[in-house]
Design a protein around this ligand. Structure first.
Ligand SMILES: *[C@@H]1O[C@H](CO)[C@@H](O)[C@H](O)[C@H]1NC(C)=O
Ligand SMILES: *[C@@H]1O[C@H](CO)[C@@H](O)[C@H](O)[C@H]1NC(C)=O
Ligand SMILES: *[C@@H]1O[C@H](CO)[C@@H](O)[C@H](O)[C@H]1NC(C)=O
Ligand SMILES: *[C@@H]1O[C@H](CO)[C@@H](O)[C@H](O)[C@H]1NC(C)=O
Length: 482
């Protein structure tokens, strides 16, 4: 983890500084001590998320507008894309180990209303990439000073759209200089996504490391196709052990089969595999068609019209496939199937592997058009280090296990955290942004986890959860009394 090698030094330097002053909303209350002896006393203003056994977490920073992707630089600075605002750098004023951290005031290093999601640092840490809906920009970056050098360069262009506007960025460690860019559909139906040449709903790779300061931007259409027919694969990651590129796809919000509305539990969100970057033309599954807008993956088989031989994870034709006379069998035979599937509408937005590639952590932003909300959690999926494949079977409905989850989904989306971006720091802590609440969380596994969602939560947070349960009960009672 060359990227983070200087965090310890930076943290020690920060601890030596007595200052805990911050502007309101960015940790200004940090000097007060809480019951656990940690000077960070930030609290969420809703029912606190619950950590799985063996995990602890803490609210680390607040006051962002819409924080999306996050990343650590070589000097332990946390970079945050605040959508519609720009890029911030935040350092640790105090680091007392595990999750006891006090963040300093965020410093805005790039001011831009255009930047809305993607963020990546080059292998040497000296180039910062960030994306708008139409372009990927690059800046010279100095992590010691925590500043970007003057003007930006456009490195990838021509990705504009009216609908899915995030352009997730992944800088390969296996192939330094290769930037993977994920682009979703340009509008809701997007029939053009069925044409590979359209460049819609695809993940492509670009050798941006070769671009000189005066070189023209690359056209999105000129990138190497890692996959197409991918409705909106917001999270993209490279397995540090086996080297494969994986993405998590957000599937359709509405869907019918045999004229019946099946949208509550179908289609599934997907985990897709895109081969390894330097395997060239021989890469398994690389560049294939993953189905959108014709074929979708099955999540819940219960009550599914005309189920036939379909199992969870199999693809089946959507209404748009009728004209092409696609069947369950041809969707299975002619399109790349997901390696794993997740609850419909749970909205996976980021995926980050741990250091040895044995687990992938995924943020589930949560549903917006399902009767009972789902998602609103960070979960992990086990991988087999030898094969580089998920440990669970393709038809598993329990592969994603809770790491941090919302205690009462009934209050979502308003009363819940909505996790988006993930980043590891040099001390093995996992950091996460929550866009709707403007927050950054820090998580740490300090005990044996069963991966399950119950027990093991910090006592303090359990107390807060109990308090909130009382408050919620009072509110509900109030409603009935009114
Ligand atoms: C990149 O630089 C151009 C030219 O100065 C400027 O107009 C544009 O706003 C910049 N884009 C971002 C994202 O900073
Ligand atoms: C973007 O597309 C336009 C129209 O097709 C083309 O003229 C332009 O050269 C493209 N830009 C880049 C950077 O390739
Ligand atoms: C499928 O739907 C049934 C009926 O609503 C429900 O009991 C079951 O838990 C669901 N299964 C999954 C995997 O979501
Ligand atoms: C992990 O941290 C929590 C919260 O600080 C603490 O209650 C628990 O005892 C710790 N577990 C281990 C194994 O150290």
């Amino acid at each position: 983890m060359a990227l983070f090698r200087s965090l310890a030094a930076a943290a020690l330097a920060a601890m030596a500084s007595a200052s805990t002053s911050s502007p309101p909303g960015h940790g200004g209350l940090a000097a007060r001590a809480d019951a656990g002896g940690c000077p960070n006393t930030l609290e969420v203003a809703y029912a606190p998320p619950v950590a799985a056994k063996g995990w602890q977490y803490r609210l680390a920073a607040t006051g962002f507008k819409t924080p999306r992707s996050i990343a650590f630089d070589d000097d332990g600075g946390l970079l945050v894309v605040d959508s519609g605002v720009g890029v911030f750098r935040v350092t640790l004023d105090q680091d007392k180990g595990e999750t006891c951290v006090v963040m300093g005031a965020p410093k805005k290093i790039i001011s831009s209303a255009e930047l809305n999601h993607g963020l990546a640092l080059s292998d040497d840490g000296k180039t910062l990439y960030a994306s708008s809906s139409s372009s990927v920009f690059a800046w010279a970056y100095d992590s010691k000073a925590g500043t970007v050098g003057g003007a930006n360069r456009t490195v990838v262009a021509n990705m504009s759209s009216t609908d899915r506007t995030t352009r997730t960025l992944l800088l390969s460690r296996r192939q330094p200089g290769v930037l993977v860019v994920s682009r979703g559909t340009v509008d809701d139906g997007d029939p053009a996504a069925g044409d590979k040449a359209s460049g819609h709903a695809q993940i492509r790779a670009f050798d941006v490391g070769r671009l000189g300061p005066r070189d023209a931007a690359l056209d999105f259409a000129d990138g190497a196709v890692l996959g197409w027919g991918l409705r909106n694969s917001v999270g993209v990651a490279e397995d540090p052990a086996a080297g494969g590129v994986w993405s998590v796809e957000n599937s359709n919000g509405v869907l019918t089969r045999d004229g019946r509305d099946i949208h509550d539990d179908n289609p599934a969100e997907e985990l897709n595999y895109h081969g390894r970057l330097n395997d060239g033309a021989t890469a398994a599954d690389q560049g294939g068609n993953y189905g959108f807008p014709l074929c979708y993956a099955l999540w819940n088989t219960t009550g599914f019209p005309d189920l036939g031989a379909l199992r969870t994870g199999d693809q089946f034709p959507g209404p748009g496939a009728a004209a092409k006379k696609l069947s369950d069998a041809s969707c299975k035979a002619d399109y790349v199937a997901p390696r794993l599937v997740f609850q419909a509408h749970s909205a996976p937005l980021d995926i980050k592997f741990n250091g040895d590639g044995s687990r992938a952590f995924i943020t589930f932003h949560g549903s917006w058009n399902r009767k009972s909300p789902v998602g609103y959690r960070i979960a992990s999926v086990a991988f087999n280090g030898k094969t580089g494949e998920p440990s669970a079977a393709r038809d598993s409905t329990s592969a994603a296990v809770d790491v941090l989850s919302s205690p009462d989904l009934g209050g979502c989306p308003d009363g819940c955290f909505r996790p988006v971006g993930l980043a590891w720091d040099s001390k093995g802590r996992l950091w996460a942004s929550s866009d709707s609440t403007g927050e950054i969380f820090v998580l740490y596994q300090n005990g044996t986890t069963d991966g399950g969602g119950s027990g093991g939560t910090r006592a303090l947070l359990a107390d807060r959860a109990a308090t909130w349960a009382v408050v919620l009960a009072a509110v509900v009672a109030g409603l009935f009394l009114a």
